[in-house]
Design a protein. Structure first.
Length: 425
């Protein structure tokens, strides 16, 4: 009796601590939003570009020509960065005075953020208010959420569409899933890769859904190509330059966010330069990237097949989380806000990982050095690690996720009556 009372008291204490932590995170987030709202000259600079682009578009000007945007807003220096059809999303904001549009867009982003965190909590992690998860959302992956809100990008809008589609996927509404993924991919074209999740489904419905999602996606691209052919060409040229630009430069700075291609390009360039063969740096990077792409794809596929062979009905949630991490590893170009996708996946895998060797934790802590003096070889690590920390963390989590799927599948196969994987929490 006393033991049960102590356990109940410990549970209440943890719950109280979690609620208090959640309140502190929420209060801090509100303060940050207020600061962003009051300082439009410092925040949401990407929205400033989108606002000017929508105005230029409504006036018959080319939104992909920076001088046109600069005439409308001297503070805008870059061209519009999304496909032409997405300009219609920003036209209602362009019809408002800038200050009003700025606040309205920020309010929309906050609404998307609130809805997204709620979806993660209730639909995917299946938890009540969790202060630790909110803290992870605040700090995780180099402040990915803050980067998107403060920068005025559309990542949160993409993510709401994507995760709503993934929820539909979990419940067998595959056509809804396909359409929502296609809509999310109207901003970030690479998100269409999530339709690959239909491959592991059974039945004809997956084929119809795949045709529908691909058709919606192709129709949007076709509309842009037919009605705005010149703008589409310029957009694709800009996208190619920013994705696989094989130029040397300061690749580690924020203009080149952490993605596998940039990491391999940077490492191969530095190593080959020190070996006296700088010209082979780019071919080595290409081979390394293609190898990474093949390894991540094949290993993920093997883990998914092993896991779903046993947990067919209730294993799709784990597969989604693993797929999110694999997606981030193979994409050649990412924004800092792209790692919003990894937040629920990281927490889900952390909940699944019940045993962590203290020796590994100690070794990891001991390996962290703040010394300005580095032995040969480690100075390169010092240059690479800070900029590519989100990518490297994603790789570690992906390895843990693959190991979990493999082990869970093997253990279930060894029992005559396999049990369902436990829900997180």
């Amino acid at each position: 009796m006393e033991a049960s009372d102590n356990a109940a008291q410990v549970a209440r204490s943890r719950r109280t601590a979690s609620v208090l932590l959640a309140v502190l995170v929420i209060l801090y987030a509100v303060a940050v939003v207020v600061k962003i709202a009051r300082e439009p000259q410092h925040f949401q600079l990407t929205f400033r570009t989108c606002y000017a682009a929508a105005q230029a578009f409504s006036q018959g000007l080319d939104p992909y020509d920076p001088p046109n945007l600069h005439k409308l807003d001297p503070g805008v220096q870059a061209a519009y960065g999304y496909p032409p059809i997405t300009l219609y999303f920003f036209l209602p904001f362009a019809a408002l005075p800038f200050q009003t549009a700025y606040v309205a867009y920020l309010a929309l982003k906050v609404l998307c953020l609130t809805g997204l965190v709620w979806m993660w909590h209730r639909w995917f992690l299946k938890r009540s208010l969790d202060g630790l998860f909110l803290l992870v959302c605040l700090l995780g992956f180099n402040f990915a959420l803050y980067w998107d809100v403060a920068g005025g990008n559309v990542v949160l809008i993409e993510q709401v569409l994507l995760w709503a589609g993934l929820y539909a996927y979990l419940h067998g509404h595959l056509k809804t899933f396909a359409v929502l993924v296609a809509l999310a991919a109207s901003f970030k074209l690479a998100l269409i890769l999530f339709l690959a999740l239909l491959v592991i489904r059974r039945g004809r419905r997956r084929r119809y859904a795949l045709f529908l999602g691909t058709g919606v996606y192709a129709a949007m691209l076709a509309l842009s190509s037919v009605f705005y052919s010149e703008m589409t060409i310029v957009f694709l040229q800009n996208l190619q330059k920013s994705t696989l630009g094989l130029h040397r430069g300061d690749l580690l700075r924020p203009s080149h966010p952490p993605a596998a291609w940039w990491l391999l390009n940077e490492l191969s360039g530095k190593v080959c330069e020190r070996l006296g063969a700088p010209m082979v740096g780019e071919p080595v990077a290409v081979v390394g990237y293609l190898t990474l792409l093949a390894v991540v794809t094949l290993v993920t596929w093997a883990a998914v097949r092993r896991f779903l062979h046993v947990f067919r009905d209730d294993g799709y949630l784990s597969v989604i989380m693993l797929f999110c991490l694999a997606y981030l590893l193979v994409l050649p170009r990412l924004t800092p806000g792209s790692y919003i996708l990894a937040l629920p996946a990281a927490y889900y895998i952390a909940l699944k990982t019940r045993h962590v060797h203290a020796v590994l934790v100690l070794a990891g802590a001991a390996a962290i050095s703040t010394s300005a003096t580095q032995p040969p070889g480690f100075n390169l690590l010092k240059d690479v690690l800070p900029a590519y920390y989100p990518l490297l963390l994603t790789f570690v989590l992906w390895v843990i996720g693959v190991r979990f799927c493999m082990r869970a599948g093997a253990q279930a196969e060894s029992h005559p009556e396999p049990a369902l994987p436990p829900a997180p929490g």
